[in-house]
Design a protein. Structure first.
Length: 447
């Protein structure tokens, strides 16, 4: 009997031991499972990082190849009769200005006898920038206008000149600025082609000096530098027709267009695969069953034809597209519309909120609240920017300014806000559904 009791105790202890071991194994299994799960998530994160780096590298390589092509383009464009191109230093210079004093001594006033030649140089430079923009529409450029000064021969021979002569720095800068201002007064706007202008004066210094013939340093050096921005990690699909990004308060659409037009009378159809985005532009006067250009507020240009619209006392700006480039005008846009109509472009008038990076004196009340939309230029790129929901107009303009918008012109919203864009699969996506049958005009982007 006693022996039987001992056997029962053994099996009871054995059962407890096995239960404990099973529990330990269960804990170890859970720990391993958690570890494997964490490792898998870590691998997924690393995979995503690797894919992002590869995408950025691919984009960077594509940009590098484009930059390498620019050198060939510069050589082709250097056949100008007034501009020379130094292949070694990758710079342009005005042939007729080399070794010649086009300014009065110690002054920044251009001599009257050289004004026509100054215009020729500006026109030649405009042709080069236009051609570069046409062939590389996604690039932006820095145009450096650098003035240099020649050292007097006796001071150079004796080594008595001051290489950091402050007066020569200042004089060469003022002369470069005078050259740019003269081009502006002659109607040449070199900023139109995604180009940032930098005015510089290097005096007796600079790596671009002619070290063989000192008198040749009485000249202007013009450098065109491609600007390459870091690829946006959110945008990795090069086939996207419209790139979409957002902030806390704004949604931004970047159409990858080759052409912009103002379509009047009937909204572009989604079945037209060449259209990648469209939305209302200028205001419509009233709801009419039949279309007429006089029912659009403000003069406008559609497919190279200019039309008279209803007068407006509130419009302070206009947008035009011609020569493959966007143009924003403030207060007076007759020249832009004239160019657009003669070159098969488009244009419309609206209220402008930001011009040349500064908030303008717009007519709308800052406290007015609704959903807003603007046609903008951001970092040299055209974008449609929507408010996220209802906002005060003043807040909307402030958000555009924070975004780095340099140009912003209002686009019709309210009952006219129907708009759509094409996604990377070629499908039309409504931004706002329900078109208004009385709408009259739409800014339209084509692939």
């Amino acid at each position: 009997m006693k022996r039987h009791e001992d056997n029962g105790s053994f099996w009871l202890s054995y059962s407890d031991l096995m239960t404990s071991m099973f529990f330990i194994m269960l804990v170890l299994f859970i720990v391993c499972l958690v570890k494997v799960s964490m490792s898998y998530k870590e691998l997924e994160r690393e995979k995503q990082k690797t894919e992002q780096i590869l995408a950025e590298t691919q984009a960077t390589n594509e940009q590098l190849q484009q930059i390498l092509q620019l050198d060939k383009q510069f050589k082709e464009l250097s056949n100008s009769s007034v501009l020379g191109y130094d292949e070694e230093k990758k710079m342009f210079f005005a042939k007729d200005f080399v070794g010649v004093e086009i300014f009065n001594p110690n002054d920044d006033n251009i001599k009257p006898g050289y004004l026509d030649k100054v215009r020729e140089v500006g026109e030649a430079l405009k042709v080069i920038l236009h051609k570069l923009h046409e062939e590389n529409p996604r690039f932006s450029y820095q145009l450096v206008i650098e003035g240099t000064a020649a050292i007097k021969w006796d001071q150079k021979a004796a080594g008595t000149y001051n290489p950091d002569n402050q007066e020569m720095y200042w004089l060469s800068y003022r002369r470069a600025l005078a050259l740019y201002n003269k081009w502006r007064s002659q109607g040449l706007n070199l900023r139109n082609y995604n180009t940032e202008i930098i005015i510089a004066g290097s005096g007796f210094n600079g790596i671009n000096r002619d070290n063989r013939v000192e008198d040749n340093n009485k000249r202007f050096i013009i450098q065109i530098i491609p600007k390459v921005s870091r690829p946006n990690p959110e945008i990795t699909n090069p086939s996207e027709y419209v790139r979409v990004s957002e902030t806390n308060k704004l949604k931004i659409y970047y159409p990858q267009y080759s052409k912009i037009d103002l379509i009047c009378g009937e909204i572009p159809k989604k079945s037209d695969e060449n259209v990648i985005m469209t939305c209302a532009a200028a205001y419509t006067v009233k709801c009419e069953d039949s279309f007429s250009h006089s029912n659009i507020i403000g003069d406008h240009v559609s497919n190279g034809s200019r039309f008279s619209g209803a007068p407006s006392k509130t419009y302070r700006g206009a947008f035009a597209f011609y020569d493959g480039a966007p143009h924003f005008a403030y207060n007076n846009w007759n020249n832009e519309f004239k160019e657009a109509s003669s070159k098969g472009g488009c244009g419309f008038a609206q209220d402008m909120m930001i011009h040349n990076g500064k908030i303008t004196d717009y007519w709308r009340d800052n406290a007015s609240s609704t959903e807003f939309r603007a046609l903008c230029q951001i970092g040299g790129k055209i974008a449609i920017v929507d408010s996220k929901g209802i906002q005060k107009f003043g807040d909307f303009v402030d958000e555009l300014s924070k975004l780095g918008v340099t140009e912003a012109i209002y686009l019709d919203m309210g009952n006219w806000k129907h708009s759509w864009y094409r996604d990377s699969n070629g499908m039309a996506v409504d931004i706002y559904p329900n078109p208004n049958k009385y709408a009259t005009n739409w800014i339209t982007f084509y692939k």
